[in-house]
Design a protein. Structure first.
Ligand SMILES: NC(=O)c1ccc[n+]([C@@H]2O[C@H](COP(=O)([O-])OP(=O)(O)OC[C@H]3O[C@@H](n4cnc5c(N)ncnc54)[C@H](O)[C@@H]3O)[C@@H](O)[C@H]2O)c1
Ligand SMILES: [Zn+2]
Ligand SMILES: [Zn+2]
Lengths: 395, 194
């Protein structure tokens, strides 16, 4: 089959690789109909995430048609499914608590040591996201082997367009969980750093959860305009001082809850050698200010910090004093996707949530390398790229 | 002597001692063999009876113990182990159960003349809603000694890491009915020796 494979920094290629087969009883094979490039994939593209190997197939946001099932799968051939990016078993202690992204059972035992060294514990397996998260071949491909297919994938009713449901795989639940973690109360003002897909879904979700005002922060006019479409007030951090603006906009109180939807990419996080790591991980500022630091400083006393943004290692100058003195609460983590799927699918079916506004480009899978370059170099015009294996390559 | 064990004043498990002598960890292992100890533990979300029974079924330990090629059960107490070694070779020994309490513990030691002397003890503890805590204490010889070199080669990696991974696979097998793998073809699976 054809698949998008990582070969090095800013070097991804369409390769021909073996077709996946059923390996374990609960597996299913999905023929991909739509797959997206994520902000998290840019961290891979920029080679910030260690333990990637040449030839690794990327992609963790995908959906498609079930073409083969193992004896313990509950899916049926021909069904259309969206697949969560987190691989979770459904039967361990964490899955029982709906903490799906903490499930240790999808991560091959040999791949668990790295996270154990770095984080103290192994995390869940993820599709197409380095060997630290399992080394699973990802969804930017014609076919994918999906473990635990009786637990993860959600079946999509006939007649619902791919574009409406594809983002259930990651960024919609991620934006939703981010807003949920902000523990919004009626009358609250919520500030969101980053108007990428995650930030934009967090804006939508925050309003749905009863926020009175949402203030969205970014520097791309197009992305800020999308946030404004949903009713957010905006701050362009290149034009305005973010802290001063937030204080004046909130009567000096500060936002009741702050959401960091930017992440390590904005800043440049360097993980040194990972296996005998830990010594030399540094958090370096680039041209962009540090969003989580700024969010904590701006947050009101006794407020909530929600951090969907991905961080991989150690940060320097974390304002721990402000965090303690102001009595803040922080909630974060990889999204427990499986927990949110039924509710969010319903919300989409009832037109309470719109997801299609986000898609700026649709391309054939064969053009994925171009898609990466575009998404990386032109973030203002490119909000989300959806790759379609079925689309003619000259489209 | 300088390596005299000073009296422990805490409840931490013996193998976590910063300056320890092996017999501290070995004192729970009858007929202990091996100068180095490691303890590994995992919590399995299944009833203790099931976890114990699956472990006690020695002939099937190879399902999750990566380096075990074959275990022949000789009688209630004794089993013959055939374990993978580098270059397609194998190492074999007989093991004998030295202590057994159903649903609580199994201890074993290798028989006289074993190429790779080793011993250990696995305990099972019912923790209610969370299932069963399985803790394995293994005694072996560290890389460096003559036997250690064999052990290091034999396990292809540090026994502590190997034991930890084997327990994780045991957990996966019992909780999910399968062992996680990232291979995508059956041919790759065979190359991995599964
Ligand atoms: N927790 C999870 O499970 C999960 C899932 C998906 C994505 N993520 C993470 O969420 C983050 C956002 O994802 P995305 O797809 O929206 O990424 P993205 O790269 O498309 O968007 C990030 C946005 O942040 C803006 N930004 C950069 N620096 C900023 C600053 N200092 N202040 C305000 N805005 C700033 C950028 O201009 C960009 O628009 C990434 O870190 C991604 O890895 C987490
Ligand atoms: Zn994603
Ligand atoms: Zn689980």
């Amino acid at each position: 089959m054809r698949a998008l494979a990582w070969h090095g920094k800013h070097d991804v290629r369409m390769d021909t690789v073996p077709d996946p087969e059923i390996i374990n009883p609960r597996d299913a094979i999905i023929k991909v109909t739509s797959t997206a490039i994520c902000g998290s994939d840019l961290h891979l593209y920029d080679a910030y995430i260690p333990t990637l190997q040449k030839g690794d197939v990327l992609g963790h946001e995908f959906m498609g048609e079930v073409v083969e099932v193992g004896p313990k799968s509950t899916l049926k051939k021909g069904q259309r499914v969206v697949v969560p990016f987190t691989i979770a078993c459904g039967s361990c202690y964490h899955c029982g608590k709906h903490q799906y992204s903490a499930c240790p059972n999808g991560l091959p035992a040999d791949n668990q040591d790295i996270a154990r060294e770095l984080y103290g514990h192994e995390m869940s397996g993820l599709f197409g996201y380095s060997h630290m998260t399992g080394g699973y071949a990802g969804g930017q491909a014609e076919y994918v082997r999906v473990p635990f297919s009786d637990v993860g994938p959600i079946v999509i009713p006939e007649g619902v367009d791919d574009d409406k449901v594809l983002f259930l795989s990651d960024i919609l639940p991620t934006g939703w969980q981010a807003a949920e973690y902000a523990e919004i109360e009626p009358g609250d003002t919520v500030a969101v750093w980053g108007c990428g897909p995650v930030g934009l879904f967090a804006v939508q979700s925050a309003f749905l959860m009863g926020a009175e005002r949402v203030i969205a922060i970014d520097h791309f006019p197009n992305r800020l305009a999308l946030a404004a479409k949903f009713g957010a007030e905006t701050i362009n951090f290149e034009q305005s001082d973010v802290y001063d603006a937030l204080m004046l906009m909130t009567g000096g109180i500060g936002p009741d809850a702050v959401i960091d939807a930017v992440g390590l990419e904005a800043h440049g996080l360097y993980l040194d050698n990972v296996i005998d790591q830990i010594k030399a991980s540094t958090f370096l500022g680039t041209d962009r200010p540090h969003s989580i630091r700024q969010a904590i400083i701006a947050c009101r006393k006794g407020g909530r910090v929600s951090m969907p943004a991905v961080y991989g290692g150690f940060v320097d100058k974390f304002p721990l004093g402000a965090f303690m003195e102001k009595g803040l609460t922080l909630k974060t983590g990889q999204t427990h996707v499986q927990h949110y799927l039924p509710g969010l699918l319903n919300a989409i079916m009832e037109d309470k949530i719109d997801t299609t506004f986000l898609i700026s480009h649709r391309m054939p899978l064969e053009k994925a390398p171009e898609g990466y370059k575009l998404f990386h170099d032109h973030q203002n015009e490119t909000t989300k790229i959806v790759l379609k294996p079925g689309m003619a390559a000259d489209a | 002597m300088s390596n005299e064990v000073s009296a422990r004043t805490d409840d931490a498990p013996p193998t976590t001692a910063k300056h320890h002598r092996v017999d501290v960890a070995g004192e729970n292992v009858p007929e202990a063999q091996g100068s180095q100890a490691t303890a590994q533990t995992v919590t399995i979300n299944r009833p203790v009876a099931e976890v114990y029974a699956r472990f006690r079924d020695f002939a099937r330990l190879g399902d999750f113990m990566e380096n075990v090629e074959r275990i022949d059960v000789l009688d209630q107490q004794r089993s013959h182990w055939v374990v993978k070694a580098p270059a397609g070779r194998t190492v074999e020994w007989d093991a004998r159960i030295t202590e057994e309490e159903p649903e609580r513990l199994i201890a074993w030691t290798s028989e006289e003349g074993a190429e790779v002397p080793n011993s250990g003890r696995v305990t099972f503890r019912d923790v209610g809603d969370r299932g069963t805590v399985v803790t394995a204490t293994l005694l072996y010889d560290p890389p460096g000694g003559t036997l250690g070199k064999i052990v290091a080669k034999l396990f292809q990696r540090e026994p502590a890491i190997q034991a930890r991974r084997d327990l994780k696979r045991f957990k996966q097998l019992l909780e999910t009915g399968e062992i996680a793998t990232n291979v995508i073809t059956r041919e790759q699976l065979e190359e991995e020796g599964r």
